[in-house]
Design a protein around this ligand. Structure first.
Ligand code: ARG
Length: 282
């Protein structure tokens, strides 16, 4: 054996010994840390994160006959939570005040087809985007409304404080009495049926779902390229980077392993590349 290889052997042996000693040592020293780590997973799984959702927004979130909260958002967040190793509980929460509930700590997460906007980013934190959306108009089947600008002097129904409210406020002026604000999107759509408004502006997925399932041939949808693309994000309290990180990791995982695509197909049929707007509106 050469001196060098002997040296190496000794060195390797020492390293191994040192490593062993380190393990033994760290085992002792870290005893409290180890038990803390061991109790960490149960702590994480007993901690139930309260999720607020305005469950009047099918197909993203709604209540079924049994009163259970169901929908695309619910399936997505449930799958995300599973990957992230956290437990979640969904609580029906009115849209108005939903972000206050988050800020006050009554809710840990909001999943409610929430569009990521610069303004909202100042007071809350978002996950990475999980869904593409766009505003879409619902009008009576015989309506002459062909583009967003046609709504300038007409009565328009929106859900208060949504991005639909924002775009119509921009078109007509925030305080214009022609803007009829409702606490839910279905209420706005019912008003369209009743003839109280000439159009409703809301998220494409919800408008298409309503027109298809509730309004039969009474309504039609009108798309307009003037509507900016929107993206939904999961929402956490401003500064809750820990939870935001967990959700982003879970989202990445369900996108990578096909779970997201499965959920998407369950609700929208088409591959994720084709947004529902392009499927059902012109
Ligand atoms: N995407 C729109 C927004 O963020 C509407 C969301 C309304 N969601 C609901 N569950 N009502 O303003």
């Amino acid at each position: 054996m050469t001196k060098l290889s002997l040296n190496r052997l000794i060195h390797t042996g020492c390293t191994a010994l040192a490593a062993l000693a380190l393990v033994a040592c760290s085992k002792q020293d870290a005893a409290p840390a180890v038990s803390a780590a061991a109790s960490a997973p149960p702590a994480a799984s007993t901690r139930v994160y309260v999720v607020g959702t305005d469950a009047a927004y099918a197909p993203f979130e709604s209540q079924n006959e049994k009163g259970e909260i169901v929908g695309f958002d619910i399936d997505v967040l449930t799958a995300v939570a599973k990957k992230a190793g956290i437990e979640v509980k969904f609580v029906n929460t009115p849209w108005e005040g939903i972000f206050n509930n988050l800020a006050q700590g009554d809710r840990d997460i909001i999943v409610s087809a929430v569009t990521i906007t610069d303004e909202r980013k100042q007071t809350m934190d978002f996950s990475n985007p999980y869904f593409d959306a766009q505003q879409l108009m619902a009008v009576k089947a015989n309506s002459k409304i062909a583009k967003f600008d046609d709504l300038k002097k007409l009565k328009v129904g929106v859900q208060t404080g949504t991005t639909g409210d924002e775009v119509v406020s921009k078109l007509q002026g925030k305080t214009n009495p022609n803007i009829k604000r409702f606490e839910s999107t279905p209420l706005a759509l019912k008003e369209l049926e009743a003839g109280g408004v000439d159009a409703v502006v809301a998220d494409n997925g919800v408008v298409i779902n309503y027109v298809t399932n509730n309004a039969g041939s009474k309504f039609k949808t009108v798309a307009d390229k003037a509507f900016a693309p929107e993206q939904y994000g999961l929402v956490v309290k401003k500064g809750n980077a820990d939870l935001q990180g967990k959700l982003n990791k879970g989202l990445a995982d369900i996108k990578a392993d096909g779970t997201y695509d499965q959920i998407y197909a369950k609700y929208f049929g088409a591959p994720a590349a084709a947004a529902p707007a392009s499927a059902a509106s012109k």
